[in-house]
Design a protein. Structure first.
Length: 541
């Protein structure tokens, strides 16, 4: 089943990609006068191959805690799910502070905002005490950070690489014209590894929006903290990307002449940011997230289960990854066929014909299939909604339950730390008036997937991703129960009327509210979504 699913998806996608690829070739031919070519990466010398396991971490504090646990649970993985955004940030900051030998950090987005700057400040402190830091960032969102990353790399213990970089540093649109096939593929992985012993993976980037700090937008997301067997696979995956030909040291592609900031200046800026009263108040709040410290003190235990890390090969960026090196292929092979429940949460959900068929078949066979994705207003990439919308009626007809995340959270049900965050850390509460689902999670009977992978063509065929499958009946049961308790609070439920027209039902304290038209979508937006859905662009979403 996995092979036929994969091949059909690829065939459909090839047709979708043809339109933009041909357009790129035409534009390339038109604009290439005086330029070197359409698919030329920046030149860089041969960089030394590095492997995390070459660093002996056996005597670190983390290893001394984890090694006995691994011996008690051979071939198993311990996990702790990080739902709360403050706990997720606290775990990152504490891991940086706890690291003694090495830190390997891989992200799609890292901003110089409150969260990003706090982490950079902690990284410099770690490097000052001798920790070797490798920071690997996708170049798609790195333009505004490249001066900071260049300055950071001047520390003797910090190395920074940009993955799949743009050739034209200032005029990036030129790359979109001349090298679309490569530039359109991005490293979407998120992994955080301390001393080769503890790893975090999931959907959160290193920006304010993922930790309830932004004054404009909030992403609802989830990570999982791992120890044991799965960490070895995540470490190896990081090495594969770090040593890949598309990973460039920031010094090789960013000119210091274009950026005045140097390491000492960066350190002063980060220290000044760290000393701000609002930042200190925020840090005090993160310090109240005790889960990580309780684990360090042996007051709580990880759940130990069989786990499988699923990950894309970095060669996927070159369109040269083998079928078995694709995460979606691994995901299908390692997940057992569900018999009772499927709960799928995906920020961007475009099942394509074959995916819709699989979900519909399961629902017809009596499996409860529930999908939670973003509503139009909640979606931060609105164009995705045009292609997701094409599948809604078919899924509903076949018994799949669809829910769409509300763009405005219920103020009575905000995270318990929100009021304190707003008053003490002076975070503007208007930022919590717009919320978006960013989680990528699936629970099938007694298995759970958590990672960076969205259930859409972009994650399946263009971007690289990473995730983990946990054989955990207790976690799966918790997710199923949480969906039971909270779907009606935070999402519209989609239904079909007697005329097979979709309507949206929202539960409120005063009873259900019915929307016959798509909530918070104006007529011209509806027309735009319809027009976009006709274009052969689904394979790029």
């Amino acid at each position: 089943m996995a092979q036929s699913f994969h091949s059909k998806q690829l065939q459909t996608n090839q047709q979708a990609k043809g339109f933009l690829i041909k357009a790129s070739i035409v534009l390339c031919s038109s604009f290439a006068v005086g330029l070197t070519g359409c698919s030329t990466l920046p030149k860089h010398g041969v960089e030394p191959v590095q492997y995390a396991k070459d660093i002996d971490t056996s005597e670190t504090s983390l290893a001394k805690i984890i090694t006995p646990l691994r011996q008690q649970n051979p071939k198993l993985t311990g996990f702790h799910v990080l739902n709360d955004p403050l706990e997720a940030l606290a775990a990152r900051l504490r891991l940086i502070d706890k690291a003694e030998k090495n830190l390997d950090l891989q992200y799609y987005i890292w901003d110089n905002d409150k969260v990003g700057a706090l982490a950079l400040h902690a990284i410099i402190r770690a490097a000052d005490r001798g920790v070797k830091v490798r920071l690997l960032i996708d170049d798609n969102n790195a333009k505004k950070m490249e001066g900071i990353l260049l300055a950071l790399s001047q520390h003797k213990n910090i190395e920074v690489k940009l993955f799949n970089p743009y050739r034209f540093r200032k005029y990036r649109a030129m790359d979109m014209v001349l090298d679309l096939k490569r530039i359109n593929r991005r490293m979407h992985n998120k992994s955080f590894i301390a001393d080769n012993e503890v790893a975090l993976i999931g959907g959160r980037n290193m920006t304010n929006q993922y930790y309830n700090v932004s004054d404009s937008y909030q992403f609802s997301d989830v990570d999982v903290m791992l120890v044991g067997a799965a960490v070895d696979d995540i470490v190896n995956s990081f090495d594969d990307y770090w040593n890949h030909e598309y990973a460039y040291s920031v010094q090789s592609i960013v000119s210091p002449e274009q950026h005045r900031l140097r390491y000492e200046g960066l350190k002063e800026q980060l220290e000044a940011h760290y000393q701000q009263a609002t930042v200190q108040n925020f840090l005090n709040l993160t310090a109240k997230s005790h889960a990580f410290d309780q684990w360090l003190n042996h007051n709580i235990q990880f759940d130990w289960v069989k786990a499988e890390v699923v990950k894309d090969s970095p060669d996927k960026i070159k369109s040269k990854a083998k079928k078995e090196e694709h995460l979606n292929f691994q995901l299908i092979n390692h997940l057992e066929k569900p018999e009772s429940n499927v709960d799928l949460i995906s920020a961007y959900f475009i099942p394509e014909k074959q995916g819709a068929k699989i979900l519909s078949t399961l629902a017809k066979e009596g499996v409860e299939v529930r999908v939670l994705t973003n509503s139009f207003k909640a979606n931060d990439v609105a164009v995705v909604h045009a292609f997701y919308g094409k599948y809604r009626k078919e899924l509903l007809k076949n018994g799949v339950q669809l829910y769409e995340f509300l763009p405005t959270p219920d103020k009575r049900d905000l995270n318990k730390n929100t009021d304190e965050l707003a008053t003490k850390a002076k975070v503007n509460m208007k930022g919590l008036s717009r919320s978006s689902l960013h989680t990528k999670l699936m629970a099938l009977d007694e298995q759970v997937f958590i990672g960076s992978f969205n259930f859409d063509p972009r994650s399946a065929y263009l971007n690289t991703e990473i995730g983990v499958i946990l054989d955990s009946p207790s976690l799966a049961k918790t997710i199923h129960h949480t969906m039971d308790e909270n779907l009606n609070k935070y999402a519209y439920k989609l239904k079909l009327d007697t005329n097979n027209h979709i309507y949206w039902q929202q539960e409120t304290p005063n009873g259900p509210v019915i929307y016959r038209q798509e909530p918070e979508m104006k007529w011209w937006q509806k027309a735009g979504m319809k027009f976009l859905s006709w274009l052969p662009l689904e394979g790029f979403m």
